[in-house]
Design a protein around this ligand. Sequence first.
Ligand code: G3P
Length: 478
Amino acid sequence: EGEVYKYYSDGEWKKSSSGKAVNIVNPTTRKTHFKVQACTQEEVNQVMEIAKSAQKAWAKTPLWKRAELLHKAAALLKEHKAPIAECLVKEIAKPAKDSVTEVVRSGDLISYCAEEGVRLLGEGKFLVSDSFPGNERTKYCLSSKVPLGVVLAIPPFNYPVNLAVSKIAPALIAGNSLVLKPPTQGAVSCLHMVHCFHLAGFPKGLISCVTGKGSEIGDFLTMHPGVNCISFTGGDTGIAISKKAGMVPLQMELGGKDACIVLEDADVDLAAANIVKGGFSYSGQRCTAVKVVLVTELIADDLVAKVNAKVAKLTVGPPEDDCDITPVVSESSANFIEGLVMDAKEKGATFCQPYKREGNLIWPLLLDNVRPDMRIAWEEPFGPLLPVIRISTVEEGIHHCNASNFGLQGCVFTRDINKAMLISDAMETGTVQINSAPARGPDHFPFQGLKDSGIGSQGITNSINMMTKVKTTVINLP
Ligand code: G3P
């Protein structure tokens, strides 16, 4: 109690000159659990300066050496999985086992990125001029991928470690420096993760981590002239950032309203299992969570009964006990979810379970017979609340999916692969999963949102490419 975690700049742990701290409230106890520095704009300026000069030397560091350091960081992260996971439990109430999985997955992501990077960036292009009309073979064109400069990484609360390294590792292997602004809930987990990069021996100033209030340093960071690329994962803030950011490459992964379409020829048990896992893991606080079920009338009763049987088995309680459903991240989030529940109640949705809430803990709730006039048909609860809309035709389901502002992922359950492919083509989402719930991973798969769900594509290979620019030299022969 009382200790304020230091921020990381120029290879050192520092106190902010503001003398102020930001409180991190444990979602379970609703009491302040950690404190981090409230960095100032002046400190952000310093970090940017240092990041700029550190990057110059790093870009000249051989690729294999960059990869070697990343492998070291990956191993250190895995070694420190227990204390980092413990922070995740306290800061974001992620179930204990899932917290460990997040850290291990992050280590694997870093290693994969190092391997992918040495191969991808180890190759360039060589072109000759005489394939284009009017040219002789007098021009040799050499083209390769070079770093952008300083990458700003802003991960969200739901994967503070994993969605930080999914930005850090590609940035570093590609020769960029990195400034990390962690989410408030998850900031201490991020600082521990950064410590692993520190221990791995990366050059001073190459990575920095500034903590603080969004109102003080948020816009200041994203609009900073020293930033050459922004990689953001989160909510609506991403849209505001996109509007304000300068002419730099942006990678944004924002919300989702991932639809699950279940056709009458589906394996209903498989669909039910995936709906419960996809809808309720980490209490629905994933952008790729199943957020609306669209089921054909013929099998709706069967599916709802099977989902309810599985919902009844979900354990509800503290993350320390590794419960399936844990408190949502904040009181305001719980209030927002409750608002959606009340709206659905007024408008006549069928409650498959009674609505129950204690503090930030909300019991899992399936709402049947949801209609398009209910907010829950369109909005993202980011909580353990899942609407079912009964449809009479596949077209109706596709129409609902495409009428959404979001377009992250979607899924379809059917035994007819031809039908599945046609539906996948028709769904305006970055990814469609056939016979499984939406998910970002494995982490080398492309991952992208359409419409308000984001811009740019992620996944290890795409992120490395996105964090580079093409540089060309042409040799002109006499
Ligand atoms: O909500 C963040 C998003 O990236 C989801 O990741 O692994 O839960 O599908 P995942």
